[in-house]
Design a protein around this ligand. Structure first.
Ligand code: GAP
Length: 445
């Protein structure tokens, strides 16, 4: 299984999805950059999430708050205290650090020397604002995007037409000084989160726990729609002692990665932890009025939080496969292995490849050019005339392009092209005048 992830990582580098950060300087601790295809894929995932949250729901609105915020926010949220810290053990000899629990016994797994007693290590990343670098100028890179939502909760209520219950959704970068980042883009120090905070009245007949169940189901349905097999997902109800410091209830949604079951999304009942603490620390009244009882109360919060890159890795693992001997008659030899990235069509980085059958016939390439120009305003397209047609199909298959269009000599007389589906391998002749409709229907199925 480890083999699969290594092959996938190599494909992602080779085809311009993911690069190690600062590679020409020897890399930079667990940060990654996203190449042309990776950037498209990430954007498509984010767009689908935002659509699910803010377009398909009337009562969830978007927000884009700053990465840097008042340090008081992190005091209020509890992130500067022991609740947001990992236990770290350090080796006396090689100085390597490990997360407590990841080492067995009292000896360093790397060099065998003695380990120092565990100590707490806060995960917040610090920086300084302004020219002076003293305690008064300390600021933090946000460790979760949702704090920007909580501190803008009143602004959103006062400036838009939302009424409780409603949600605020936000996508953005988060930073954590992880002790042991790893598993490629699974655990990093800089990553993106897609978080939705649902504010509800704890005294309503639909209780916070009912909303928790509601969003839990919705999130699973969405993850499956995005292409994760239901049997590769499991829900872990987290016991009190292991929950995040703000959570009254917590479910970790885990995916069956080639390196084991790991969390991709968290669903949390945060109660009134955030709003009540921000009220206390800021001195602002963040309570709202119950229209029926006329009492004021802190709304309770149900949160869904998923990492863009973690989800992307899960989707890539699910989509990746190798077919020995190949699926097509165009495979060069029985020994050749075809790589497929059968990814959910809507998020595929390239939707359509335009492949003229030959490259040295002006009529064919001219027609292919015409079709490329017709389609590119609707879909992300790639034009490719280099190499044999079989090789060009395989190049598209390994980046997950759902449709390949070939333009041949018949096209010049019947104005039709051959459309091949990555998923089914079926080929269909489609009239050029019908292509946009056809592809829209197929991609949005
Ligand atoms: N606001 C709640 C929150 O941040 P979390 O369980 O700490 O909850 C939510 O994080 C999600 O963010 C995780 O399920 C994961 O997908 C992603 N995430 C967290 N830490 C990460 C890291 N170091 N690298 C990549 N993704 C991470």
């Amino acid at each position: 299984m480890q083999d699969t992830i290594e092959k996938l990582i190599s494909l992602l580098k080779r085809r311009g999805f993911v690069y190690p950060s600062s590679e020409i300087y020897g890399g930079f601790g667990s940060v990654y950059d996203y190449g042309p295809l990776g950037a498209e894929l990430k954007n498509n995932i984010k767009q689908e999430w935002l659509k699910e949250m803010t377009q398909l729901n009337n009562d969830i609105v978007a927000l884009d708050s700053g990465i840097l915020m008042s340090p008081k926010i992190w005091e209020a949220s509890g992130h500067l205290s022991a609740g947001f810290a990992d236990e770290l053990v350090e080796c006396k000899g090689c100085k390597k650090r490990f997360k407590q629990g990841e080492v067995d016994g009292e000896k360093c797994p790397e060099c065998g020397k003695e380990l120092l007693p565990p100590r707490k290590f806060n995960l917040m990343m610090q920086t300084f604002i302004g020219p002076a670098q003293d305690s008064a100028s300390v600021a933090y890179m946000r460790a979760e995007t949702c704090q920007g939502i909580f501190v803008n909760f009143k602004n959103v209520m006062d400036s838009s037409r939302v009424k409780i219950p409603f949600g605020i959704a936000q996508i953005g970068k988060s930073f954590r000084n992880e002790i042991n980042p790893g598993n490629f883009i699974f655990r990093m120090r800089e990553f993106e989160q897609m978080e939705m905070e649902w504010f509800c009245n704890p005294n309503d007949s639909k209780t916070p726990n009912d909303w928790f169940e509601f969003f839990k189901e919705k999130r699973i349905d969405w993850l499956v729609k995005m292409g994760l097999k239901r049997e590769n997902l499991r829900l872990i109800e987290v016991e009190k002692e292991d929950r995040s410091h703000y959570a009254q209830r917590q479910i970790d949604v885990e995916y069956n990665f080639p390196f084991g079951w790991k969390e991709i999304e968290g669903i949390h009942n945060r109660g009134d932890w955030d709003l009540s603490n921000h009220s206390k620390f800021s001195g602002q009244d963040l309570k709202v009025l119950d229209e029926e009882t006329k009492d004021k109360y802190y709304p309770h919060v149900i949160e869904t939080s998923v990492g863009v890159e973690r989800l992307m890795l899960a989707l890539l693992c699910e989509a990746f496969s190798e077919v020995e001997g190949g699926r097509t008659t165009t495979t060069q030899s029985a020994k050749e292995v075809e790589t497929l990235l059968n990814i959910y069509k809507k998020i595929a980085p390239v939707k359509v490849a335009i492949l003229p059958l030959v490259k040295n016939k002006e009529e064919i390439t001219g027609k292919a050019d015409e079709i490329y120009n017709l389609l590119r305003s609707e879909f992300k397209c790639q034009y490719d005339e280099t190499g044999s047609i079989g090789r060009r199909y395989r190049r598209q298959d390994e980046i997950g392009t759902p449709y390949c269009i070939t333009i041949d000599f018949d096209t010049l007389t019947d104005n039709q092209v051959t459309v091949r589906s990555l998923e089914t391998m079926q080929q269909e002749r489609v009239a050029i005048s019908e292509l946009i409709n056809y592809l829209n229907k197929e991609i949005n199925k």
